[in-house]
Design a protein around this ligand. Structure first.
Ligand SMILES: [Zn+2]
Ligand SMILES: [Zn+2]
Length: 646
């Protein structure tokens, strides 16, 4: 917990932290800027003490641990050149220019060396230098020289070690005044390395200097650091759990989807089992959109370049679009978004205020030219199908429509045991199009709508799209990870660019407002997240195979087939396992495939028209009548239950 305390101009952060009884203080915050505890804040200032068990505190720990790691690497690899080492989500990294990539054994040695440095309890000491002094101090370190030369090299954001402003700051690690390590750094840092309680190095990989493939390939070591051994252990456990849930691995194991070099990166091939999951999601989406007054539309995958000029995509989105195709009558481009097509449908006839809001909805497949390096499983792809809708409405309808979208979202996400958790409202960016009046209208509508919808949110000042403010909604999955899913945007610009109009009560022509929204986001990404959320063990209504019937011996195959037929009539997705495998092997197989129910049938079951039900979780119920089973399964699927009920 961080605590606030008033400064008197004489006490440093250590004294103030003591006064405030802050436990495990690491740094302080003055006017939004973090400082070392050795800093003496001016009289009258209120400062916040950053403690180890906060996000800010962990960031200070992680950044300090990155310095310790760099020192350890330089001890073991004296010729290494060190570049940058920022804290990141849950950890830190540092990039080194070394002769050869690090091996797992290297990481062990580095970790051991780091423990020694922690034991020495070296002090972190800040000093400020001018450019010349800094250049001479780091003369043998080309990456540091480049950072100093280019002070503005900090612009890309990831690089906290690049100093800013006039003076450059450095941090020395010392023992009894002896310097052990020095790094160019903005700080703040923990007072001494002894405050590092728990850390672990995780892996290493190649990374281009400045992320630029024309620059040298460096070796990046990733690590994590926490305020206590327990917090570290919990994190490592979460990591392990996340690995088991990796949708790319499960996608392969469960035969859901794959990728092929012959097709190209980021273009998923949906296998039959994955397609069942997808179809179920799509059917649900289509039904719910109809129920909520959306009208379905279908639009082409490609359109003439002139369309994308009008929409502005060629101006501001070109680099995310695949190169054009040349046809007889001009250039065509694969659509990166569906909006222009929906606009043309709106424009296909004159519209009256009475018709508004008009809500078009499409499972629209779009193509985005993601760089091959960032493509990631189903989470970041080049071909994706959005559950994309565009709402055309009057200005006075925007709030109601936004509230309705949030309500829709809640109902939909609830079916998967997910809920909107982290909500960001992003406002007008420095560079934007549109009038002040339009922005004011849109920006006023969003908070009103979010409050009415009962959603807490944070404001991301200046992070909106340049054509309108937006709402981003994250969900938290079964193991507490956040995923960004849904985006809602209020847009005045496309209606302007396309000259959209409707006729109001007075017979005047008025521009409608457009709301862009996708709830799943994309079917690809949503499926990927669901696989991880459920760890592949889909609830019965989503499971590709809902029931596996396992005959004990060959003479039971007929009855097994009868059971399967009966369930199939109720539209249950069922398989009969008539393989030659042993009973144990069959059960293991279906358990690994995460099939919700296995029905084991032998002489007794055939004679009594019953089944022995075995859940994928291991519980067994014997002697369940076929009628009973069929009824229970039907209601479980119908209710889209998240639990197994038979
Ligand atoms: Zn630093
Ligand atoms: Zn759109």
């Amino acid at each position: 917990m961080s605590v606030s305390v008033a400064a008197d101009g004489t006490k440093d952060g250590f004294a103030l932290a003591k006064e405030a009884s802050a436990s495990a203080p690491l740094a302080l915050v003055l006017d939004g800027k973090q400082k070392d505890l050795s800093f003496v804040p001016p009289s009258g200032a209120t400062v916040e003490i950053v403690t180890a068990d906060t996000d800010e505190g962990r960031e200070v720990i992680r950044h300090s641990t990155a310095h310790v790691m760099a020192q350890a690497v330089l001890r073991l690899f004296p010729d290494a050149k060190y570049s940058i080492g920022p804290p990141i989500q849950d950890g830190f990294y540092y990039d080194f220019d070394v002769e050869r990539p690090f091996t797992p054994e290297d990481l062990e040695r580095i970790e051991a060396e780091m423990k020694a440095i922690v034991k020495e309890n070296q002090r972190f000491e800040r000093a400020e230098l001018n450019k010349e002094e800094a250049l001479s101090l780091f003369a043998s370190q080309p990456y540091k020289v480049e950072i100093i030369e280019g002070v503005a090299g900090d612009a890309e954001g990831a690089d906290r070690d690049a100093a800013t402003g006039e003076a450059l700051s450095i941090y020395r690690n010392t023992v009894d005044g002896d310097e052990r390590f020095v790094d160019l750094c903005r700080g703040p840092h923990i007072p001494g390395t002894g405050r590092i309680k728990a850390f672990k190095l995780l892996r290493s990989s190649g990374a281009y200097w400045r992320g630029d493939e024309k620059r040298p390939m460096l070796q990046r070591i990733y690590g994590t650091a926490w305020e206590s051994k327990q917090a570290l252990e919990d994190y490592l456990h979460r990591l392990e759990e996340a690995e088991k849930r990796d949708h790319r691995k499960l996608g392969r194991d469960l035969d859901l989807f794959s990728w092929s070099d012959e097709v190209g990166p980021g273009l998923a091939l949906w296998h039959p089992k994955g397609s069942i999951v997808r179809k179920t999601l799509e059917d649900l989406s289509r039904d719910m959109h109809l129920e909520r007054g959306y009208q379905p539309v279908f639009t082409p995958h490609i359109g003439k370049s002139t369309l994308w000029e009008t929409s502005g995509h060629l101006g501001w989105y070109r680099e995310n679009m695949f190169p054009s195709m040349q046809a007889e009558e001009g250039e065509y481009l694969a659509k990166p978004m569906n909006c222009p097509f929906h606009i043309l449908i709106f424009q296909s006839k004159t519209r009256s205020y009475r018709e508004l809001p008009v809500r078009f909805s499409e499972l629209g497949t779009v193509y985005r030219y993601e760089r091959s390096g960032v493509v990631h499983g189903l989470l970041r792809v080049r071909g994706l199908t959005q559950d994309d809708s565009h709402i055309f409405c009057r200005r006075d309808q925007v709030v109601d429509e936004l509230v309705e979208v949030v309500d829709f979202l809640r109902e939909l996400y609830g079916m998967f045991g997910l809920s909107p958790d982290r909500v960001r409202f992003s406002t007008r960016p420095p560079k934007s199009v549109g009038t002040d009046d339009e922005w004011a209208t849109a920006e006023a509508a969003i908070p009103v709508a979010l409050e009415r919808a009962g959603l807490d949110y944070v404001v991301d000042e200046g992070d909106g799209a340049f054509y309108g403010p937006k709402i981003d909604i994250d969900v938290r999955d079964a193991i507490g990870r956040y995923w960004q899913m849904c985006t809602i945007q209020v847009d005045f610009q496309l209606p302007e660019r396309f000259g959209l109009e409707y006729t109001d009560e007075q017979g005047e022509r008025v521009r409608p407002v457009m709301i862009h929204r996708a709830l799943y986001g994309s079917v690809e990404r949503f499926t990927g997240v669901l696989v991880e959320h459920f760890a592949g063990a889909f609830p019965t209504w989503l499971a590709p195979v809902q029931v596996a019937v396992i005959p004990i011996a060959d003479r039971h195959i007929d009855y097994a087939t009868e059971v399967a037929e009966r369930l199939r009539q109720g539209r249950v997705r069922v398989e009969v396992d008539d393989s030659d495998n042993t009973m144990g092997a069959k059960i293991r197989h279906h358990q690994l495939q995460k099939v919700p129910y296995m029905l084991v049938v032998g002489d007794d079951e055939a004679a009594n028209k019953t089944v022995a039900v075995r859940r994928r979780t291991g519980e067994e119920t014997r002697g369940v009548s076929l009628d009973d089973l069929a009824a229970k399964l039907a209601s479980e699927i119908e209710a889209r239950s998240l639990e197994l009920t038979v």
